[in-house]
Design a protein around this ligand. Structure first.
Ligand code: MRU
Length: 366
């Protein structure tokens, strides 16, 4: 991803291998700061406090967290504890558990002395695979944007609506939902992105808007409640969101508010796509509404708002009556029937078990 015109990934090991560096996403958009994780507890905290977030990125961060654990204390018991704690740092994105399980399976028979090097290689491979998957999602999603451009007609920008941040910041690079947008922009297709602000933490307003701005892509931030309105007025050609966990039956779990976007899209005949790397598919689940654990987060994310004052200080203010109770559901599930298609690294699948298994036959055989 471009930051100030320079290419970055969102996570990388330092040159001497003693630490892992991340972009601290809690400081964006006002400050671009990178921080070094030196012990596995740093990685766990980074995931839990959302210095890193987004399903693919927290998976890769957990893998690098295990690398740090193996460097500092590879003995079986402490290493197992680190794995358990990293695995449960957040509950909803399947990438996190899948990443920890993949590393643990890979190193099951490996000697303590070789552990760190091997995990470092696995984590780096996972990061590279994520970039390749996001690039492929971009190529498949590009054809959907091209079709929309043809329907719009010459020089009229394609209007895309997205929710949360499923951008480069949510992955190792390029993003899932944003990848087709970057491809289309680079192919010279005029486009404009409606960015849902995504309360309570504002991943759309703070992260997607910043990221698109860094790439020179035209965008407009709207409050979440305006998504239905812009669709009703014919101002959206297609919606593309990310996912934290998509079931084998095609139900899409994503940031809270995604379900409303899909409902409004269906009511206005606007195609609704989720960009789904295979690392976000949970083949063991079929009914997302009853089976997926939805993370509930702290009251303060809803009751307080943080921003920059005119003199440049970051400040938080209360916006609710002290006595009001708060529910802070972080994700929701969009049923497959509302999903036009799933943009995967192998192509666009129907949001059905058959549709997904046609692209991933090895999963059907499991
Ligand atoms: O709570 P977050 O910010 O981790 O939630 C992230 C999302 O909901 C993203 O849309 C999702 O992880 C897809 S990221 C490619």
């Amino acid at each position: 991803m471009l930051v100030g015109g320079r290419e970055y990934r969102t996570i990388w090991p330092t040159a001497d291998g003693s630490a892992v560096e991340i972009i601290d996403q809690t400081r964006l958009p006002h400050e671009f700061v990178t921080v070094q994780l030196t012990v596995w507890e740093d990685a766990e905290r980074a995931i839990r406090d959302m210095q890193v977030r987004g399903a693919p990125l927290i998976g890769v961060t957990a893998a690098y967290g295990l690398y740090l654990a193996a460097r500092t204390n590879p003995a079986a018991e402490p290493f197992r504890l680190a794995a358990d704690r990293l695995r449960s740092a957040r509950p909803t994105a399947v990438n996190l558990m899948a990443a920890v399980d993949r590393v643990m399976a890979r190193v099951a028979d490996i000697d303590e002395t070789a552990l760190a090097d091997e995990i470092g290689r696995v984590a780096a491979a996972m990061a590279d695979e994520d970039v390749r998957a996001c690039r492929a999602i971009g190529a498949h999603g590009l054809s959907l944007i091209r079709d929309a451009a043809e329907r719009r007609g010459e020089d009229e920008p394609v209007q895309i609506l997205t929710h949360c941040n499923a951008g480069a910041l949510a992955t190792v690079d390029r993003g899932t939902a944003t990848s087709p947008i970057y491809e289309a922009h680079e192919a010279g297709i005029p486009l404009h992105v409606w960015v849902d602000e995504t309360r309570p933490r504002g991943q759309g307003a703070r992260l997607t808007a910043w990221e698109l701005g860094q790439h020179g892509i035209r965008h407009t931030v709207i409050v979440d409640g305006a998504a239905g309105h812009v669709m009703q007025r014919g101002m959206v050609d297609l919606c593309i969101t990310g996912t934290d966990r998509t079931t084998a039956g095609g139900d899409v779990c994503n940031k809270i508010g995604t379900y409303h976007v899909a409902l409004a899209a269906a009511d206005n005949s606007v195609p609704f796509y989720a960009a789904v790397p295979s690392t976000s598919i949970d083949w063991r689940m079929s009914d997302g509404v009853s089976e997926i654990e939805i993370e509930q987060r702290a009251r303060e994310e809803v009751s307080r708002i943080t921003g920059r004052t005119p003199d440049g200080r970051m400040e938080s203010v209360d916006i609710l009556p002290d006595e009001s109770s708060v529910a802070n559901f972080a994700f929701d599930v969009t049923p497959a029937r509302l999903v036009t298609g799933l943009i995967t690294e192998r192509g666009v699948a129907a949001a059905t078990r058959a549709g997904l298994e046609a692209l991933f036959p090895e999963a059907a055989r499991r």
